[in-house]
Design a protein around this ligand. Structure first.
Ligand code: NAD
Length: 495
C-alpha cells in the first residue's frame, strides 16, 4: 500500500479518518509513485486550529529570547539536513539538485532573520509627551508628567497556505517569523508536493518546539477555505496563483482576518542596446528557464529596445540549446521536468496558442532532446510577440520566453506597464539615466538592474504590486514582523 502522508497536529502525526479521498503524488521526471495525500475534511483544520489556540496561551507569554532559542536549534538541524530536504524536493517537484539546495538555503535565511525577533519586535517609548496641569496638580510639581509607549504584540493563531513551486522555502517566509513574534501557526502546504514540507515541520520536534506551536494539515481548497474563515484564526498568509489569492483575500478579509496574498506574475525584462551582452544573455536564460520557468520571479517576457533584440535572441537561443533537460537528480541536468502532466499540458497549449497568435517560434521546447515519459518541456523562445498575445499577457509557469521588440525605453516601459501583473521587472543597461527612469516609472514591487532574478534576501520585503499582490504588508523583512504583530499604545501618568 502506498504511504498516506500524515498531518502534524500538537506535535504528533495524525490521520484523518474523515478524509474523503487521496491524491496520488508521483515523481514528475519518472512517473514513480511517491505516496498519497489525504484530501482532508474541514474537521482536520478545526483540530489543528484548536491545538494552535491552546498553545497560544503559553507560547505568547514565553519570553521572546526563549522563543528564538528553538529557532536557533532548528536552524542547525536544517543545516545538517539540507541534503535530505533537497533530495525530497528533487523527487517530488522536479527541481535540479542545485536549485533545490538553493531553495532550502533561502528558507534557512528566513529562519535566521526570525531569530532577530527580540530586536525587531521591540516597542518604542516617548517620555514626557505632555504635562497634566488641569488635574491633581501640586504646586511643587508644576504638573504631572505623562509618558507614552507602543508595543508590538502577537495576534493569535495564524494560517499559511502555500504553493507547489518552493515547498520548503515559501512556508518559511511565514511560520518562523510568525512564531518568533509569539503567534502559533497552522500550515496547509500544496497538495501537489507536500513531502518536503512535512519533513520541514517534523524537524521542529527535534528542535524542541512545544506541541501546537506549528501544525500542518493537508488538503485542497476545502481545508484552505475553512482556515481562512475559522473564527479562531487571526491572520492568513497566502502564496499562490492570482485566481486563488484574490478569492482568499476577499473571503479572509470579509471574515475579519488580516490577509496578505503574494500571487501570480508575468515578469518583463527590458534590454537596452548598451547592455553588457554576456550578462544580459546569461541573466535572461537563467531567469526564463531556471526552475523550468516555475518561479514567480521568472522573467518570461523580454522587451528589447532598438537593435538589442538581434544579439539577445541569438545569444539566448545558443545558450538555451545547451541546457540539458532531464531528471533533476541527474548529473549535468540544468532543467528538470514540470511538476505534473497537467502543468505540462498547460504549457504545451500555450506553445500552440503562441503559434496561432502569430509569434515566431524560434526554439521549440517540444522538439528538444529529453527523456520520454516524464513531464518534460524544453526551453522555448518566441520572437516578435505583441502585448495582446496570450503568451505575453498570461502566466504560463513553464520554460517559455516571449520576446518583444520596441523602438525606445518609453515604449518598453509602456509594454511592461500594460501587464495586469507587477511582481518584478528588471533592466539590463550601462546607462544610469535609463536605469533611474526605469526605477521611477515601472509598476512592479521588485526591481532589478543588470540581474535576471531580483530575489530580495530575507531581511527585505518580498511581494509585487497590482494583481501580483493583495494586501498591505509584504512577506519577509520588517513587513513580515509587522504583519505578524499588532501595535498597542499606552499612555501613562503616575500621580
Ligand atoms: P495555486 O493557487 O493553485 O495553489 C496555492 C495554494 O492555494 C495551494 O495550497 C492550494 O491548495 C490552495 N488553493 C488553490 N485554489 C484554492 C481555492 N480556490 N481556495 C482556497 N485555496 C486554494 O498555486 P500553485 O499552482 O500551487 O503555485 C503557482 C502559483 O504561485 C503561480 O501563480 C506563482 O506565480 C505563484 N507564486 C507566487 C509567489 C509570489 O511571491 N508572488 C511565490 C511563489 C509562487
Amino acid at each position: 500500500m502506498p504511504h498516506v502522508v500524515d498531518h502534524f497536529i500538537a506535535g504528533a502525526a495524525v490521520k484523518d479518518p474523515a478524509a474523503s479521498n487521496t491524491l496520488e503524488i508521483s515523481n514528475p521526471a519518472t512517473g514513480k509513485p511517491l505516496g498519497l495525500v489525504p484530501m482532508s475534511s474541514t474537521e482536520i483544520a478545526d483540530q489543528a486550529v484548536g491545538a494552535a489556540k491552546k498553545a497560544f496561551a503559553t507560547w505568547s507569554e514565553t519570553p521572546v529570547g526563549d522563543r528564538v532559542q528553538v529557532l536557533f536549534r532548528y536552524k542547525h538541524i536544517l543545516e545538517d539536513n539540507i541534503d535530505t530536504l533537497a533530495n525530497i524536493v528533487v523527487e517530488e517537484h522536479g527541481k535540479t539538485k542545485a536549485e533545490a539546495i538553493g531553495s532550502v538555503r533561502r528558507g534557512i535565511d528566513c529562519v535566521e532573520f526570525a531569530t532577530a525577533a527580540p530586536a525587531l519586535i521591540m516597542g518604542r517609548t516617548l517620555p514626557q509627551i505632555a504635562v497634566s496641569t488641569s488635574f491633581c496638580r501640586t504646586e511643587d510639581q508644576g504638573g504631572v508628567g505623562i509618558d507614552s509607549q507602543v508595543d508590538r504584540v502577537p495576534i493569535g493563531v495564524c494560517a499559511g497556505i502555500t504553493p507547489f513551486n518552493f515547498p520548503v522555502m515559501v512556508p518559511m517566509w511565514m511560520w518562523p517569523m510568525a512564531i518568533a513574534c509569539g503567534n502559533t501557526f497552522v500550515l496547509k502546504p500544496s497538495e501537489r508536493d507536500p513531502f518536503s514540507t512535512v519533513r520541514e515541520v517534523e524537524m521542529t520536534r527535534d528542535a524542541g518546539f512545544p506541541p501546537g506551536v506549528l501544525n500542518l494539515v493537508h488538503g485542497g481548497p476545502d481545508v484552505a477555505n475553512r482556515l481562512i474563515t475559522h473564527p479562531d484564526v487571526a491572520a492568513v498568509s497566502f502564496v499562490g496563483s492570482t485566481r486563488a489569492g484574490e478569492h482568499i483575500y476577499k473571503t479572509g478579509t470579509a471574515a475579519g482576518k488580516r490577509v496578505q496574498c503574494m500571487c501570480g506574475a508575468k515578469n518583463h525584462s527590458i534590454i537596452m542596446p548598451d547592455a553588457n551582452q554576456g550578462a544580459a544573455i546569461d541573466g535572461i536564460v537563467g531567469s526564463a528557464f531556471g526552475n523550468t520557468g516555475q518561479r514567480c520571479l521568472a522573467g518570461s517576457v523580454v522587451v528589447c529596445v532598438g537593435d538589442a533584440g538581434d544579439w539577445l535572441v541569438k545569444g539566448v537561443i545558443e545558450k538555451a540549446k545547451q541546457i540539458k533537460v532531464g531528471p533533476g537528480g541527474e548529473k549535468g541536468v540544468a532543467m528538470g521536468p514540470l511538476v505534473s502532466q497537467e502543468a505540462k499540458d498547460r504549457v504545451l497549449n500555450y506553445i500552440d496558442a503562441g503559434v496561432k497568435e502569430g509569434a515566431d517560434l524560434l526554439l521549440d521546447g517540444r522538439a528538444c532532446q529529453m527523456p520520454s515519459g516524464g513531464c518534460f518541456v524544453g526551453p522555448t523562445v518566441f520572437d516578435n510577440c505583441t502585448s495582446d498575445m496570450s503568451i505575453v499577457r498570461e502566466e504560463i509557469f513553464g520554460p517559455v520566453l516571449s520576446v518583444m521588440r520596441v523602438k525606445s525605453l518609453d515604449d518598453a516601459v509602456d509594454a511592461v506597464n500594460k501587464s495586469e501583473y507587477g511582481n518584478m521587472s528588471v533592466i539590463f543597461t550601462d546607462s544610469g539615466h535609463a536605469a533611474r527612469k526605469f526605477q521611477r516609472t515601472v509598476q512592479a514591487g521588485m526591481l532589478g538592474v543588470n540581474v535576471g532574478v531580483p530575489a530580495p534576501m530575507a531581511a527585505f520585503p518580498f511581494a509585487g504590486w497590482r494583481r501580483s499582490f493583495f494586501g498591505d504588508l509584504h512577506a519577509n523583512g520588517e513587513d513580515g514582523m509587522r504583519f505578524f504583530t499588532k501595535s498597542r499604545v499606552m499612555v501613562t501618568r503616575w500621580l
